[in-house]
Design a protein around this ligand. Structure first.
Ligand code: GDP
Length: 443
């Protein structure tokens, strides 16, 4: 997601920051390009208009052209407006109600509703130690109730026993009753979807809402469907008291328009993002981090957090501290390569690395798949400890020895060193100053 938008925006903004002085005409021209890039990313027209207008107003107000670092000021303004458009603060599922707290999941067929229901149930039970009951209210698709049951067994979360012949409302009532009797904290209600929004679906959803009084009504929407997802949210919001949105398939190569328009058009927060088919491929939606990702500044916080979940927390913290101090050496890179393999999903990890937008071409050239990672790990392990700490001492003869030792070529060693240098530089830039970003913007 966001790849081509990221490329476009960072291109436009890079060009601005490279110039020493800016005229108002330069800013206006850049904003025209920003506008085009957003429209091409399938962002809703109204949202694009608002976005560009806000940036323009602030750029004029801040006297950008007279400032010392005009380009960076524009980047900063674009970043801030992007964060606001995405929804300022991260919001997550609210369980603040007397138990059992009902969470109703709604959406179209195939949007990822059932998968997301189980992902949320897993997260609430494992991380937040809640006792969760899942119930499928989908009586239309024969295998739907069975599907949720199987997922429940897989993640170790209870699901409501299936009773044939009940209506969705009856199942909802039975689920609430069973939860009360069984001392459950949370009930996840997975409703039926349709291929399109129709009246029958809306009536059914409204009835379930009345019967279960859910504390959260979450719309599951497929980010790959772009503007359709936004229109869908509007339609559901007219009939139900939606409390939030879960965008699925954020791992796909969509253009990102849905993610960018959703909040502004519906006023509802995007609470969570689905980033894969696996049961733990669910992330909180942090507007600040997504904005950083879109502008090609990477998402070091997510990367470190994800690593911390997979690896032991202390190790991850030590690496994060080193990154911040700019003391990221080849041992750390080796550790990171190992983590990448553990975390899996090269694509996901790459998207979160700072500056990756600019490095992407080069990385693609280097064909950075798991085989390559193994080779890179081999190169590093052929170095002496001293060399890993101080890569600067690696001259031709040492490189030759390392290449021979790891069964690679000197070019491979050089490529690895270059990658390390770039990562270290960027991490240093990200880590310094207030929130890291402030420094990048020279503010
Ligand atoms: P439902 O009809 O809305 O209940 O949809 P399902 O939960 O059955 O999901 C449909 C398909 O989408 C399944 O193959 C899921 O594994 C897949 N899926 C769900 N969420 C995601 C996601 O965030 N990313 C990816 N790549 N696939 C997903």
């Amino acid at each position: 997601m966001f790849d081509s938008l990221q490329e476009r925006l960072s291109g436009i903004l890079d060009a601005l920051t490279r110039r020493g002085a800016l005229t108002e005409a330069d800013v206006a021209a850049a904003l025209r390009e920003v506008r085009r890039a957003l429209l091409e990313a399938d962002v809703a027209l109204d949202v694009v208009r608002d976005f560009v207008e806000k940036v323009r107003e602030r750029a004029i107000g801040a006297d950008v052209v007279k400032s010392v670092t005009p380009g960076q000021m524009v980047v900063k303004i674009v970043h801030d407006v992007l964060v606001e458009t995405l929804g300022a603060d991260a919001q997550t599922i609210d369980l603040n109600a007397p138990p059992p707290v009902a969470i109703m999941m709604v959406g179209l067929q195939g949007s990822g509703k059932t998968t997301t229901t189980a992902k949320i149930a897993k997260r609430l039970s494992e991380k937040q130690k809640r006792k969760v009951l899942m119930a499928s209210l989908d009586t239309r698709r024969p295998a739907a109730q069975e599907q949720l049951k199987v997922l429940g067994e897989q993640i170790g979360v209870d699901s409501l026993p299936i009773v044939a012949g009940q209506t969705p409302v009856q199942i909802a009532q039975r689920a609430m009753q069973a939860a009360r009797l069984g001392g459950y904290d949370v009930v996840m209600l997975d409703t039926a979807g349709r291929q399109f929004v129709d009246e029958a679906l809306m009536v059914e959803m409204a009835e379930i809402e009345t019967a279960a009084s859910p504390h959260e009504v979450l719309l599951v929407a497929d980010a790959l469907t772009g503007q359709d997802a936004v229109n869908l949210a509007r339609a559901f919001d007219e009939r139900l008291a939606l409390t939030g949105i879960v965008l699925t398939r954020l791992d796909g190569d969509g253009r990102g328009g849905a993610a960018l328009s959703m909040r502004a058009v519906t006023g509802k927060p995007i609470k969570l993002a689905g980033v894969g088919e696996k049961m733990d491929a669910l992330e909180d939606f942090h507007p600040e981090r997504i904005a950083g990702r879109i502008l090609g500044m990477g998402d070091i916080v997510s990367l470190v957090e994800k690593a911390a979940e997979t690896i032991d927390a202390e190790k991850a913290k030590a690496i994060a501290d080193k990154m911040r101090k700019g003391a990221f050496d080849l041992d750390d890179l080796a550790e990171q390569l190992k983590q990448m393999q553990k975390i899996g999903g090269m694509q996901g990890v790459l998207g979160m690395m700072p500056g990756i937008g600019k490095m992407k071409k080069q990385l693609e050239g280097a064909n950075l798949d798991d085989r390559v990672i193994k080779r890179q790990a081999a190169i590093i392990s052929s170095m002496t400890r001293h060399e890993r700490r101080k890569p600067d001492i690696l001259k031709a003869s040492r490189k030759k020895r390392i290449a021979a030792g790891s069964g690679t070529r000197v070019e491979d060693v050089n490529r690895l060193l270059k990658m390390h240098r770039q990562m270290a530089d960027m991490m240093k830039a990200m880590g310094k100053g207030k929130g890291g970003l402030a420094k990048l913007f020279g503010m």
